[in-house]
Design a protein around this ligand. Structure first.
Ligand SMILES: [Zn+2]
Length: 165
């Protein structure tokens, strides 16, 4: 289901989030005297009595910089929770999860008569031996299960069911 609209949407959302996170790390690198992206850790909240609450970043050498001023409270914690390093980590994990979901195989059993109708690739085992079903739509539940899970992932990025293809 590589061409499924939810997969396309999800890949675009991942690419956009990654692009913005890398750009933010580049900006921080410039502020932190040329620190590499990989040296910059997660954001944290710091409150200074005189100037208020800031979201800040630090590199591996302990160099620090303000990312942005906030009104404090939950805003600051929320912004820090969605720092670029965390976004990159979540995007990488979701890409792996998406690949895992798509690699899920159709049911193939020793007696190919009972293999899924969509199980037609003999690299993976016993293809569907029922000529009346073979090559037809998946009837083992794999496709519906994968699609449901991909749509759930996409919903986390703003996918709405009206966009379904
Ligand atoms: Zn199937």
């Amino acid at each position: 289901m590589n061409g499924h609209p939810a997969v396309v949407f999800l890949r675009q959302a991942h690419a956009r989030a990654e692009e913005l996170a890398r750009a933010a790390l580049d900006q921080l690198g410039a502020l932190l005297n040329g620190a590499d992206r990989e040296e910059i850790g997660e954001w944290y909240v710091a409150t200074r009595p005189a100037t208020g609450t800031y979201v800040r970043a630090q590199d591996q050498h302990g160099r620090e910089t303000d990312v942005c001023p906030t009104y404090g409270g939950s805003f600051a914690d929320h912004i820090a929770l969605h720092d670029p390093v965390s976004v990159l980590r979540r995007v990488a994990a979701e890409r792996e999860l998406l690949a895992d979901l798509q690699a899920d195989e159709h049911l193939m059993v020793d007696d190919g008569w009972y293999s899924c109708a969509a199980a037609t690739d003999d690299r993976f085992g016993n293809v569907c031996a029922d000529e009346g079903r073979a090559g037809g739509p998946c009837d083992c539940g794999r496709d519906a299960r994968v699609e449901r899970r991909v749509r759930l992932l996409a919903q986390g990025w703003g996918w709405e069911e009206e966009q379904r293809g």
